[in-house]
Design a protein around this ligand. Structure first.
Ligand SMILES: Cc1ncc(COP(=O)(O)O)c(C=O)c1O
Length: 394
């Protein structure tokens, strides 16, 4: 019998079990909703990025279904060969208007938008100056580019300035930050970094995955929130979170978009979205323009829930968004808290290293526009009970 060459993976998994951080995939029995059934248990769901509840919005459902009927279920090709339909172009035009840029290009995901853009725009001769907590897709894109990577402490513009100033003046530089940091819910240091980019002629890039649909007028994101239109060269967004469907996009100049059409490897070498996905995204943009009540409800709920967790005495870090971490430190404890909450009827995932630094493990909560006050109060009561039981609350 042939020895299993992947045997070492089982040892790795055993080690995860020993550390108490082995995770089984939770399975939703039905739709992605604020209260939903997960592993056959009805729970208040605080784990999704479905900020506005658009995963099940009737207008998106209708447009997607219509697109399946009229355009089929797939495209059968990458965008650059035969996989571009008029509906893909329409979505890109709509996103450019939404983000107030000349043009936009859609990728298969936010991950590929970041990784594909950073790795194609920068080369081994260039430098990337990146916030230490930027998303994994930015880190991977930076590594693929082979550029020199310089990390600055989280949101520390002065430290970023020292890094930039020490690099050769003529070297091409990309300054990059998340708009909203997905594990802490705080905002990137956009105004200060834009100043720095202006001063040193850096390319300025913002990943607004968690900000689109959440911050700014009609959910235009952090660039709109901070009044920085025209000062961020590369804006990334995702269609997989507040927009409720799937995909990512880059908004910027026409030249940037045309360049990415030619050079971004995920765009070139991976099949385009089914038309139903593009249709749902277009409908989501219609909803953002015409149904402001969802953003209003999202923020009302976020304020209520965050204040509730803080009043109970939890360490919620520095969040400024609907993402509120409950930081407990030890990864095993975070997983225990998450598991006990689940037994009580609240679904909030535990998150440890390498997603967050060691010693900063947490249960991450995200409220949505569609949670009711009763559901959020129930979740707070469960946090109180389990927090006391595990000795997190005194
Ligand atoms: C900050 C950030 N950027 C990018 C992504 C990737 O987006 P997507 O899920 O559309 O691939 C995520 C999502 O996990 C994220 O949190």
């Amino acid at each position: 019998m042939r020895a299993d060459p992947l045997q070492f993976l089982s040892a790795e998994l055993a080690s995860l079990r020993e550390q108490g951080v082995y995770r089984r995939l939770r399975v939703l029995d039905g739709e992605q909703r604020a209260r939903t059934a997960v592993d056959h248990r009805s729970v208040v769901n605080l784990s999704s990025n479905n900020y506005l509840g658009l995963t099940t919005h009737p207008r998106l459902r209708e447009r997607a279904t219509e697109a399946v009927r009229t355009l089929g279920v797939g495209t059968g090709s990458v965008r650059t060969i035969a996989g571009t339909m008029e509906i893909h172009m329409e979505l890109e035009r709509r996103l450019a208007v939404f983000k107030k840029t000349e043009a936009a290009v859609v990728f298969q995901s936010g991950f590929t938008a970041n990784a594909g853009t950073v790795s194609s725009v920068l080369t081994r001769d260039d430098a990337i100056i990146s916030d230490e907590l930027n998303h994994a897709s930015i880190i991977d894109g930076a590594r693929l580019s082979r550029a020199t990577i310089k990390i600055f402490p989280h949101r520390d513009v002065e430290a970023a300035r020292r890094v930039v100033a020490a690099l050769p003046r003529e070297q091409r530089k990309l300054l990059i930050t998340d708009g909203v940091f997905s594990m802490d819910g705080d905002l990137g240091a956009l105004p200060g970094l834009c100043e720095l980019a202006d001063e040193f002629g850096c390319i300025m890039m913002v990943d607004d995955a968690h900000a689109s649909g959440v911050f700014g007028a009609n959910g235009r994101g952090t660039i709109d929130h901070f009044g920085l239109h025209g000062r961020v060269d590369i804006q990334v967004g995702t269609l997989s979170k507040a927009i409720g469907a799937l995909g990512g996009y880059v908004a910027g100049s026409r030249a940037l978009v045309e360049f990415l059409y030619h050079r971004a490897r995920p765009f070139l070498f991976s099949t385009s979205h089914p038309p139903s996905v593009a249709a749902a995204c277009i409908a989501a943009l219609d909803v953002l323009e015409t149904e402001p009540q969802w953003m209003q409800q999202l923020w009302d709920n976020a304020r209520f829930f965050k204040a509730g967790l803080q009043a109970l005495g939890f360490d919620t870090g520095v969040s400024e968004s609907p993402i509120t971490p409950v930081i407990v430190g030890d990864a095993g404890l975070a997983m225990q808290l998450s598991d006990r909450l689940f037994e009580e009827g609240v679904f909030a995932q535990g998150i440890g290293f390498p997603t967050v630094p060691r010693g900063r493990a947490r249960v991450r909560t995200i409220v949505t526009a569609t949670h009711t006050r009763d559901e959020l109060q129930f979740a707070l009561d469960c946090f109180k009970k389990v927090g006391a039981e595990l000795g997190i609350l005194q």
